[in-house]
Ligand binder design. Sequence first.
Ligand code: C2E
Ligand code: CA
Ligand code: CA
Length: 396
Amino acid sequence: MNREVTHRLKACEVLFNEGDPPTTAFLLESGRLRITARSDDGERVLAEIGPGELVGEMAVIDQSPRTATATAISDCLLLAIDAAQISERLSNTDPIVRALLEGQLRRYRATLAAIHGTQGESENPYQNEPLGIHKIRLESALRESLRNDGLDLRLQPLMDVLTGGIAGFEALVRWHHPERGPISPTEFITLAEETSLIEPVGDYVLRRTLDALVDLRQQGLGTLPFIAINVSARQMSRANLVEQLLEDLSERDLPSSAIKLEITESQQLDYAQVAEVMKLAQGNGIRVALDDFGTGYSNLQHMHLLPFNTLKVDQSLARGMVDNARTRVLLGSIAEMASNLDADVVVEGIETEAELDVLRQLGVHYAQGWLVGRPEPVSEAIRHYCESLGRTARQS
Ligand code: C2E
Ligand code: CA
Ligand code: CA
């Protein structure tokens, strides 16, 4: 096979033959090609292709021998596309798109096999179920659960380190898969974020959060604790996110200070737009936290654009703060920086008294973690909150 990038063929010359190994695909720049396949009753023309079309990509994608012959009808100029170039693209592509493509190819090959009069390759060439199929299944199940009340909400308390009281909660979604049981939000939120499914999930979380706030208010305990909700990049790009939220709050006569938005920095964020959303939220009394600070994409370049009220320090940074002096210096500096920016700090993943002591010493405002409380069903969380204030919860 010619390894040149451009490839010229004279009329009637063969580009590749049925049965050849799949080394290269081609982009036809000029001329015409005829694609044929042998069958019981001679040769069948499958297609004629012209400039701008790809040829030979199928065998390259699924790494099987050519199932057809390509012959120049007129003089042709082709651009060779190396197999590695294609497989690299494919492995980087969305697994669902890949699964769809693989399915199409299998079906096409079965049709060709019928033309050849040979047995179709009925076996799945992929030993295990492709990741794309797994995701499609999970996505359909999540869609179904959204219709059938299969999601649930947990509230995890945040402690005011100075007073030891509960200042608010974080809303954390749960999904009980009909067969697999509980699935971690780290798995299905990522999936939902890849599609528009994050929107109904987000709407569900918001609805349940507002209901929980109404329940909390009915306890008649004075200041309403806040509930923080996680807002993903796709939700941030919704045009009326804040307006809708303000409307929902006002319909229930809830103060905007009762909701906090948690935003995680990510590659997907349009920072200029996020800054606008944050300003609008804050201008209307809704506070905004930068979540998972200290991991992934958190980046000083974005921080001076984003007017946050709270920095939520990821638990990975909090780990080791009891034994590691450098971690304490880092945390102390984060608390000081936040304070200079009129923001407060939450440290997540607090599991021991010793860790809480460090937060007290460093002047960190809020602690969240198993020591303070696990994520609990809403009614439990409200009951514990009332008990912490020396009251018995009223049933709603
Ligand atoms: P996150 O926002 O950083 O949430 C904190 C995670 O840490 C939660 O995991 C919580 O259960 C866990 N955690 C809290 N305290 C401790 C502790 O002391 N020790 C340990 N080891 N873990 C602790 P969860 O509930 O599995 O949530 C994982 C992630 O899923 C969340 O991380 C958030 O990014 C996402 N998520 C959860 N609910 C929602 C939601 O309603 N909407 C969106 N967009 N994302 C959500
Ligand atoms: Ca969060
Ligand atoms: Ca976090």
